[in-house]
Design a protein around this ligand. Structure first.
Ligand SMILES: [Zn+2]
Length: 235
């Protein structure tokens, strides 16, 4: 059930049954020349829709912006600050609780560590106020398939896994002209031009991506998260 399609009365009625509420967190972020800016939105929305079909619940509108470091200077990356993101998630979780929501699953497409820390702090505060909350990036699950899907090759932002997953979810948005992106080790330096760690704007051999790999990873993520949600919220 999509929250934005429900009436106020229908939502109030649904909340009485203590439903799970899913909150997808997307991003507008450069993902190399072959992937759309909404890559980190399409992935968690796909996962949340599928998991919600398996376990039931309400899907809240996606937060479509996040905090970005290494891709911040690439065209099309629209980042919000750590404080804004933390406050935004905090306020939404407060409002959920005020509405009687007791169980929330947050799935972020973007894996950035600062981005996730902002969301995590908001979740910890909500947990202390009594909310039962799970928070992950679907990438944390997708990466469990890295050895199988990437056959030992290095892979990262906009690489084999992400390109394959988008080829499964939104093939119309993936360019057929794909190359390989390298990684540069910043040796612990914190730099204003953090994007130089990704000279091509993405990392991994996107030529090795295919729809079948994406289907395999997406199915694995959906199945694994379905299990996790059942174990933590049901019974
Ligand atoms: Zn991404």
């Amino acid at each position: 059930m999509r929250m934005d399609e429900m009436s106020s009365a229908a939502f109030a009625e649904a909340v009485k049954k203590d439903p799970l509420v899913f909150l997808p967190i997307g991003a507008m972020e450069a993902h190399g020349p072959h992937l759309p800016l909404g890559t980190d939105t399409f992935q968690p929305e796909f996962v949340v829709n599928a998991v919600c079909e398996n376990v039931g619940g309400i899907i809240a509108p996606t937060i479509n912006y996040g905090q970005h470091s290494s891709t911040r200077n690439f065209p099309g990356t629209i980042d919000i600050s750590f404080d804004t993101l933390r406050s935004l998630v905090m306020d939404i979780l407060d409002a959920f609780q005020r509405n009687g929501v007791g169980k929330v699953v947050i799935v972020s497409g973007h894996l950035g560590s600062v981005h996730r820390a902002a969301i995590k702090l908001a979740c910890e505060r909500a947990a202390r106020q009594g909310l039962k909350v799970m928070f992950l990036s679907d990438y944390e699950l997708a990466y469990l398939k890295k050895t199988e899907v990437c056959e030992g090759m290095p892979d990262g932002h906009g690489g084999i896994i992400e390109t394959s997953r988008i080829m499964d979810i939104r093939p119309d948005l993936v360019s057929s002209e794909r190359t390989e992106g390298g990684f540069v080790d910043m040796r612990f330096m914190v730099r204003a031009d953090a994007e130089s760690c990704l000279p091509q704007g993405f990392g991994g051999d996107a030529r090795k991506a295919c729809k079948e790999k994406g289907r395999l990873v997406n199915q694995f993520v959906v199945d694994t998260l379905t299990d996790l949600v059942r174990k933590n919220f049901e019974g």
